[in-house]
Design a protein around this ligand. Structure first.
Ligand code: 9MR
Length: 338
């Protein structure tokens, strides 16, 4: 009552803060003290960006190389930050020997062994795993639900079940997530992707295979609209299946925007705000993770080159680690005021 009399609005105070964090790229992590300082200052959650992928762990078939992942995990633990594991199964970032596998038995043996070894090593330390990444076809309206990968070719749709079953058996307390992208647009392809994601989750649930959440990558295109109604329906459908949602790879692809930096930064913050407000109004995500922290290091500039020579500005801090308007949006959720 005293608090109310002092004017604290109960609805605002009651909102649960959402852990916010970033993926950590090992080259920047090792070579740039300012990058490490920013990770420590701004992140509740850290994700090794590339070091838990097969390419990093399994460049030699006969042994696992945990060097990069161990460094980032140790850093997060020393700073009391939570960890997400990315990713146990993906059709990309694979060493050549994986793509040369030819039989179902071989693929299953390698997949199961890989997941057992990796999840066991970080048992009780990496709380959440992107068990499978990008298993949905880019546009499921053309050619069916599944992405064409070595796993799909050799194991069929069962590759997803094998991955979830094995992860659950190895660390029964881990949170297990299906991670994918292009859910937020109004286009028929994105609508179809949401349906496929729900179908996969429902099928796993029906078979008694543990799955706890859906990861929405959220690489947002600055020039594209956000399908607010569609996203909110998607959140309610996930809720109906008893699943959580987390935002796993947030950034803004600004290749088609005018060069003006302040304008791009304002626009990016507004896009992120529109997207997160839409999600949060229907369902509070378990975490919000950006795919990098500073514009100094990001995949966006290389993958989506601009026509001018301006640098991409996809992330919450600029190339000199100065906070951008996007950071203020994230901090709202982190404090529980958004
Ligand atoms: O940002 C990552 C880049 O450094 C890597 O070279 C690339 C291949 O491993 O993966 C990038 O991250 C991707 C993520 O793992 C899955 N979703 C799309 C991300 C951007 O390509």
């Amino acid at each position: 009552m005293v608090a109310l009399a002092a004017g604290i609005a109960p609805a605002r105070a009651a909102r649960r803060p959402i852990p916010v964090g970033s993926a950590a790229e090992i080259g920047a992590f090792r070579g740039d003290a300012r990058y490490r300082a920013a990770l420590k200052r701004y992140c509740d959650v850290v994700v090794p960006m590339n070091d838990l992928k097969w390419q990093a762990l399994r460049h030699e078939r006969a042994r696992f190389d945990f060097s990069g992942a161990d460094e980032i995990v140790a850093f997060a633990e020393a700073n009391g930050q939570a960890l997400r594991g990315h990713t146990l199964l993906w059709g990309e970032a694979l060493p050549p020997w994986v793509k040369e596998m030819t039989t179902r038995a071989e693929a299953e043996r390698e997949l199961v062994n890989h997941i057992e070894v990796v999840v066991d090593r970080y048992k009780g330390r990496i709380a959440t795993w992107d068990v499978v990444n990008e298993v949905i076809r880019y546009d499921p309206t053309e050619g069916g639900p599944w992405r064409d990968t070595i796993w799909q070719r050799l194991l069929g749709p069962e590759h997803v079940e094998i991955a979830f079953r094995t992860a659950a058996r190895t660390d029964p307390k881990a949170r297990l997530v299906l991670n994918d992208f292009h859910f937020e647009e109004p286009e028929p392809g994105a609508v179809a992707r949401r349906k496929v994601a729900l179908d996969i989750c429902r099928r796993l649930k029906d078979k008694g295979i543990p799955i706890h959440g859906l990861g929405m990558q959220a690489h947002l295109y600055a020039e594209k609209a956000i399908d607010v109604d569609g996203l909110q329906r998607f959140m309610r459908d996930l809720d109906g299946l008893g699943l959580d949602v987390e935002i796993t790879e947030l950034d803004v692809i600004d290749w088609k925007m005018p060069a003006d930096a302040a304008l791009r930064d304002r626009h990016a913050a507004a896009r992120v705000s529109t997207f997160l407000d839409a999600i949060v109004a229907a369902k509070r995500p378990r975490a919000i993770v950006t795919w990098g922290l500073s514009d100094r290091y990001s995949w966006v500039g290389e993958t989506f080159p601009r026509k001018d020579d301006a640098k991409a500005r996809p992330l919450p801090l600029d190339a000199d680690y100065r906070p951008k308007p996007m950071l203020a949006v994230l901090e709202r959720y982190r404090r529980g005021t958004g």
